[in-house]
Write a protein that binds this ligand. Structure first.
Ligand code: BES
Ligand code: ZN
Ligand code: ZN
Length: 470
């Protein structure tokens, strides 16, 4: 993608201009055809051959970065539909939002069409984005555009792996993808294969993976941008390449969506990619347990008792509550080998979080109070919205087992909170944040600014958060 910053509008172009509801009047356009409301638009043909898409941003008192991101995404999708491949955004009073606009354009331009037949492919592919800003903003806009490009591309990278189905992306293929990323982004990559996982006592990963022909992997990526003495932040991501439920098999309806059960792990890849490209001054370690959860003669069963990497035991009551079982091993590993100052895990963990928050927000669980508020605020800006949900001893009581430390389900109530309380045992005393992205990791309908499929949730949010943690 070519990105240009200039201070004058080119003679002929595909132009995008933004309007708040207050300043929505366009010469020659009746108010009922365009009123500047959020995600509304009108396309005009100008003298001189330019086309100009006016996009609404809504109530001026409420306009933030995410409104510009969404508006830019919508404009890009509309222009691509009519064959435009080079877009020019007139930023004017919105020049401070150059990053969000670039992100929006890049996100809007993405569509998963690797296996579409040529006739069904999109007519145009976005080639270039030009931002027009007042002269005094050009330096700042250049910097912001670079950040936007890295974050947009990293999000789309996550979406592309996420959208790729389970007959192509197995745990081994995901590990190859991580190795490839490590080569280009200069990260250290270690992959533990099944023999080693078994020998070293990763009982959780081995149990969930044992019912599949595609053996499990534990993928570890390291980025060192901080001082040698600085403890890393560990990013842990659930990567179940397909979740059939196992012996506690899921209903057929919408089971196809369980190719997206790897989005937490994919997001970790995207965050490390972005961190390396932006040369963040922190040390990071990504830990991605990857399995395929399938039912076969070798599969783990309800009633099985599993011993995780740190010796804690789990009574399996439902083989479909597999995410927490593999994350237990991954959190143990991160704690033992990397001594992190903070662990953040992302997982498409529970249907219950969708009951609680819908597809609009991810569940946020942490006892680090200062981070609770800050993460929610960052999410409003990046468009990856969160809401805090509780953990605590009453939820932990629900998963007490008579035959092991814990059981892997806690009954029908408060499923997202009992799942988080389960993981808390494996975080031990390390400061820890858990994001349940089951409702936000993918979308099943096209949004105005985003094609359906994997969303890449978590990349912009956590890159921003990590930077602020320093
Ligand atoms: N991957 C699913 C969670 C999920 C379900 C994500 C639907 C997105 C949409 C997870 O492994 C799972 O199946 N969880 C069970 C847990 C239950 C058996 C305690 C669930 O939420 O139903
Ligand atoms: Zn499951
Ligand atoms: Zn799952």
């Amino acid at each position: 993608m070519k990105i240009d910053i200039r201070s004058s509008v080119p003679a002929t172009a595909n132009l995008v201009s933004f309007h708040s509801q207050e300043k929505a009047r366009i010469k020659g356009v009746p108010a009922e055809e365009f009123d500047g409301k959020r995600l509304t638009s009108v396309l005009l043909h100008e003298t001189g051959g330019s086309r100009k898409l006016h996009v609404g941003l809504g109530d001026p008192a409420k306009i933030g970065a995410n409104d510009l991101r969404q508006a830019a995404g919508l404009a890009t999708r509309q222009f691509l539909k009519i064959g435009a491949t080079a877009l020019t955004f007139e930023l004017g009073q919105w020049s401070a939002q150059a990053q969000a606009v670039i992100e929006g354009a890049i996100l809007g331009a993405y569509r998963y069409e690797t296996f579409c037949m040529p006739v069904d492919r999109r007519r145009a592919v976005l080639r270039s984005i030009t931002l027009v800003v007042p002269k005094k903003f050009t330096t700042a806009a250049n910097k912001a555009a670079h950040r936007g490009q890295v974050l947009g591309d990293s999000t789309n990278y996550v979406r592309q792996i996420g959208n790729t189905p389970a007959n192509i992306v197995s745990p081994a293929v995901l590990a190859e993808e991580a190795r490839k990323l490590a080569r280009t982004a200069k990260l250290k990559c270690t992959v533990l294969e099944e023999k080693e996982l078994k020998r070293k006592g990763f009982g959780g990963i081995m149990a969930v993976g044992q019912g599949s022909k595609n053996p499990p992997r534990l993928i570890v990526l390291e980025y060192r941008g901080g001082a040698k003495s600085q403890k890393p932040i560990a990013l842990v991501g659930k990567a179940v390449t397909f979740d059939s439920g196992g012996i506690s098999i899921k209903p057929a309806d919408r089971m196809d969506e369980m190719k997206f059960d790897k989005m937490g792990g994919c997001a970790v890849l995207g965050i490390l990619r972005a961190a390396a490209e932006l040369k963040l001054k922190v040390n990071l370690v990504g830990v991605i347990p990857s399995v395929e959860n399938m039912p076969d003669a070798g599969a783990y069963r309800p009633g099985d008792i599993v011993t995780t990497y740190d010796g804690k035991t789990i009574e399996v009551l439902n083989t479909d509550a597999e995410g927490r079982v593999i994350l237990a091993d991954a959190l143990s590993y991160a704690r033992k080998h990397h001594n992190p100052r903070l662990m953040i895990d992302m997982a498409t963990l529970t249907g219950a979080v969708i009951r609680a928050l819908g597809f609009y927000r991810a569940g946020l669980f942490t006892e680090v109070e200062e981070w609770r508020e800050q993460l929610v605020a960052i999410g409003e800006q990046t468009g990856e919205r969160l809401w805090p949900l509780p953990m605590g001893d009453e939820y932990a009581d629900k998963i007490k087992s008579d035959v092991a430390l814990v059981k892997n389900t806690g009954g029908p109530e408060a499923g997202a909170s009992t799942a988080a309380s389960f993981l808390r045992h494996w975080a031990e005393k390390t400061p820890w944040i858990h994001l349940d992205i089951a409702g936000t990791g993918w979308t099943t309908s096209n949004l105005p600014h985003l094609e359906k499929g994997a969303t890449g949730f978590g990349v912009r949010l956590l890159v921003e958060a990590i930077e602020r943690m320093g």
